[in-house]
Design a protein around this ligand. Structure first.
Ligand code: HEC
Ligand code: HEC
Ligand code: HEC
Ligand code: HEC
Ligand code: HEC
Ligand code: HEC
Ligand code: HEC
Ligand code: HEC
Ligand code: HEC
Ligand code: HEC
Ligand code: HEC
Ligand code: HEC
Ligand code: HEC
Length: 446
């Protein structure tokens, strides 16, 4: 918007530098006579014009009259207001500036909030370079955040903004904010565009303040609080679960596992799921009073793998990475301890993949291989109202030294009891600490 369509003529009173009250405008009667034939810039008069490192144009010193028109008989002149004045010679540029949808607020007042009209020590006739505070003089609040974006802190505002006007919101040089960012962060752009899956979280500025913010990388919130803006349910699960996962609550929190930008693994995982989990579970970690198995070492030492671990999405078939209502972050119930009264729904985890009939039929000739003739030994051990043995009495869930995931030894109170499992083509035997050696044979007649 041009301030007023009517050109306001401003009367300026030029006083000779030697005059008594130099600069006292408006008092025409007090003005001493000036020789109209003398050049305006001469020793003693307006000589400061020669001191600018750059004049508006080289011939300006002789051409004051291009802008200052005599008014009245004394040393009085009028000069048009910017931007009308500027239009005299920069008509196309001025039209172009004001034709845009968004006009920078100071331009409602013309041009002289930023430009000098006679000459200047800065580029583009500016009163100061942007880097020397031109913009920050009015916008210093933008870099009050503790973590500052280097180009904003350095005053390089015009690397992202048009100082005059723009078809884009916030006077941006590019309607595509990511393209603006990738102008300088081209590595980031290449990485993100090269990734198979992108985070569809919208503009970069949904997460990064382009100027400054209170958290590293100019993030407006820390860790999972940032993600909570849009993924409240996940964050609530992480914080409110009976069994929580330090992975989501410590360190980089959500971005321990997810990339905030783009990734080759779904859903935005930084690595293949199993590598991701084993990246931290390659050592013994403390959980409350217990110390967890070094899962990497366990897998390295035990060749017999539970089938889900040899498949692609591995650990999360049984564990919830964000937190869970069940023991050890399991996705479904599974009893703790060596003994538990049998109820089908206590073993929901295992029964989501394995047929429960192996545990509910007293006699069977097909539901399980763990039988002596038709006598179901799974039923015998597990299916008891009280003190049924839980699966961990005999099996491991990740990997084991024996076929059928049978353990080498099992913890019983203070002891680690050996199991000494041997398999045969039609059955097997074991000699655990709890009873003498016994065998089973599926072909035994009973
Ligand atoms: C391109 C137009 C333009 C030219 C050419 C120009 N002036 Fe100005 N001048 C202005 C404007 C506009 C103002 C009012 C500036 C302001 O408010 O900062 C002004 C203000 C002034 C003032 C009063 C305020 C100040 O800066 O001290 C003096 C004195 C002055 N001009 C002298 C001159 C002289 C002498 C010349 C020639 C050597 C000249 N001007 C050339 C546009 C011009
Ligand atoms: C009497 C003619 C005239 C008037 C009036 C005039 N200019 Fe200029 N301006 C020029 C000339 C000539 C140049 C030097 C050649 C060029 O860059 O166009 C120039 C150069 C400039 C430049 C430097 C351009 C660059 O690329 O570095 C800026 C900025 C500028 N003028 C701003 C203004 C503003 C703002 C006004 C109004 C307050 C104004 N001009 C009024 C003639 C004028
Ligand atoms: C808020 C500060 C500000 C105001 C107000 C402003 N300018 Fe500028 N102008 C700049 C800056 C900063 C640059 C240098 C841009 C760059 O380096 O990319 C510039 C550059 C220019 C240039 C030279 C480069 C170009 O963009 O063509 C012209 C001409 C110009 N301005 C004219 C004007 C005119 C005419 C007005 C008033 C209608 C005006 N400016 C008002 C900050 C301003
Ligand atoms: C004379 C004071 C002043 C100067 C100097 C100034 N601005 Fe502004 N600017 C304002 C005001 C006032 C607003 C409107 C209120 C606001 O958004 O803060 C504004 C708004 C803006 C906006 C937001 C526009 C929108 O549509 O949301 C941007 C971007 C901006 N200025 C960038 C700059 C840049 C870049 C510079 C330096 C080239 C600069 N400003 C210099 C006063 C100034
Ligand atoms: C790296 C690019 C970049 C730089 C450098 C930058 N800005 Fe911005 N600025 C933006 C973006 C992008 C937005 C829009 C933010 C949004 O949409 O949430 C913006 C918005 C603004 C706004 C609108 C109000 C606000 O608070 O969001 C102002 C004012 C502003 N910038 C001024 C400046 C000033 C002054 C500088 C220099 C000190 C500067 N900017 C440097 C990218 C930048
Ligand atoms: C004019 C160049 C430029 C533009 C445009 C730019 N940046 Fe930057 N950015 C830098 C520089 C320089 C640094 C500091 C050096 C570094 O860490 O790479 C930086 C740092 C950052 C950092 C912090 C990096 C760290 O390791 O702490 C983030 C985040 C960032 N920029 C995001 C953005 C976003 C988002 C945009 C677009 C709105 C953007 N940048 C546009 C130059 C730019
Ligand atoms: C959903 C939120 C979000 C969005 C959207 C987002 N970022 Fe980030 N960005 C982050 C987080 C969180 C980090 C810190 C990552 C870390 O610490 O590992 C980060 C880090 C960065 C860094 C620092 C270096 C790096 O790669 O880790 C740069 C640069 C960056 N982002 C640029 C961008 C750009 C450019 C865009 C838009 C194309 C963008 N970001 C979009 C959240 C986001
Ligand atoms: C500005 C909003 C916003 C923020 C902030 C945000 N996201 Fe997103 N995120 C989305 C949207 C929108 C989608 C795509 C729709 C969906 O799947 O929910 C998405 C998708 C995802 C996906 C993929 C979901 C899938 O099923 O493929 C993951 C993982 C994700 N975000 C993690 C994060 C993490 C971690 C953070 C914090 C660093 C975060 N998001 C911050 C908006 C956001
Ligand atoms: C960033 C490191 C990290 C990553 C990645 C990680 N974890 Fe963990 N995990 C931990 C820590 C630390 C603990 C110790 C207990 C705690 O702090 O919650 C833990 C505990 C566990 C527990 C035992 C929970 C309990 O307290 O009863 C399970 C099960 C588990 N993680 C599975 C996984 C799975 C599955 C993945 C992959 C989806 C994974 N972890 C990825 C760090 C990690
Ligand atoms: C230990 C690694 C890990 C951590 C930490 C983690 N996630 Fe996830 N996240 C995953 C995995 C693995 C999946 C895929 C789960 C599946 O397929 O069952 C996932 C899925 C998601 C999804 C898409 C599906 C859904 O559950 O809605 C979103 C969104 C998501 N995570 C956001 C977050 C947020 C927000 C945080 C931080 C509060 C976070 N994640 C922390 C590993 C993690
Ligand atoms: C078939 C289901 C299943 C899969 C797949 C699975 N787990 Fe487990 N995991 C369990 C069960 C059941 C427990 C509880 C064991 C117990 O309490 O005896 C457990 C316990 C854990 C524990 C705690 C161990 C301890 O010392 O108490 C960690 C850590 C763990 N799993 C990590 C992983 C990782 C990492 C993966 C992927 C490599 C994975 N799990 C895959 C079922 C599974
Ligand atoms: C995500 C599905 C899934 C879950 C959950 C699951 N398993 Fe498995 N399990 C399999 C598959 C697939 C096999 C391969 C043999 C088959 O097809 O029956 C297998 C095989 C086994 C074997 C025999 C190994 C062999 O070599 O034949 C045992 C023992 C076993 N699982 C125990 C358990 C226990 C105990 C649980 C509960 C803690 C459980 N499984 C949960 C999928 C699962
Ligand atoms: C007393 C030890 C013991 C207990 C307790 C036990 N199993 Fe087994 N299980 C075995 C033996 C031994 C085999 C191998 C049978 C064979 O020779 O093929 C086996 C085999 C399996 C198989 C392979 C298919 C089959 O039935 O032959 C699965 C699956 C299985 N068990 C799951 C479980 C689940 C789930 C639990 C807990 C609900 C459990 N087991 C409890 C000893 C046990």
């Amino acid at each position: 918007m041009v301030a007023g369509n009517v050109v306001q003529q401003v009367a300026l009173l030029f006083l000779l530098a030697s005059a008594v009250s130099a600069g006292a405008a408006g008092d025409a009667a007090a003005a001493p006579a000036v020789d109209p034939a003398a050049p305006c810039v001469s020793s003693g008069c307006h000589s400061d014009f020669n001191e600018h490192s750059t004049l508006h144009w080289p011939g300006l010193a002789q051409e004051c009259g291009e802008c200052h028109r005599p008014a009245g008989s004394g040393h009085e002149f009028t000069v048009a207001d910017a931007p009308e004045l500027c239009s005299q010679c920069h008509e196309d540029r001025v039209k172009e500036i004001y034709a845009q949808k968004n006009i920078h607020f100071p331009l409602e007042d013309g041009c002289l909030d930023c430009h000098k009209v006679h000459g200047s020590e800065a580029s583009a006739l500016l009163s100061a370079e942007p880097e020397d505070g031109l913009c920050l003089d009015c916008h210093d609040d933008l870099i009050e955040g503790e973590y500052k974006h280097e180009p904003a802190q350095e005053g390089q505002c015009v690397s992202c903004h048009d100082p005059h006007s723009s078809p884009n919101s916030s006077l941006l040089l590019n309607a595509e904010i990511s393209a603006l960012c990738w102008d300088c962060h081209d590595d980031h752009g290449k990485a993100m565009n090269g990734a198979k899956y992108q985070h569809e979280a919208g503009d970069c500025t949904n997460c990064h303040n382009p100027h400054s913010a209170d958290h590293p990388r100019m993030l407006p919130a820390k860790g999972r609080r940032l993600c909570a803006e849009c993924h409240e349910e996940v964050v609530e699960a992480v914080e409110g679960s009976a069994v929580d996962h330090g992975a989501a609550l410590k360190g980089d929190e959500c971005v321990n596992c997810h990339s905030p930008h783009g990734a080759d693994e779904k859903p935005l995982l930084k690595d293949k799921p199993q590598n991701l989990c084993l990246g931290c579970h390659d050592k013994r970690l403390r959980s409350g009073n217990s110390v967890l198995l070094d899962m990497q070492a366990w897998l390295d030492d035990n060749e017999q793998r539970h089938k889900p671990l040899t498949e692609k999405d591995t650990c999360v078939q049984c564990h919830s990475p964000h937190g869970s209502e069940h023991l050890r972050l399991l996705k479904a119930p599974f009893p703790a301890g060596f003994y538990a009264g049998f109820k089908v729904d206590r073993y929901e985890l295992c029964f989501s993949c394995h047929d429960r009939k192996a545990f509910t039929l007293r006699e069977t000739s097909s539901s399980t291989g763990f039988r002596d003739g038709t006598r179901n030994l799974h039923y015998l051990h597990v299916n008891r109202a009280e003190k049924g043995r839980t699966c961990r009495a005999c099996h491991d869930f990740h990997a084991a030294g024996n076929v059928k995931l049978v353990r080498d030894r099992v913890r019983f109170g203070q002891w680690m009891l050996p199991i000494d499992f041997e398999i045969t083509p039609t059955g097997g035997s074991c000699q655990p600490g709890c009873h003498p050696a016994v065998g089973y044979d599926r072909e035994a007649a009973r």
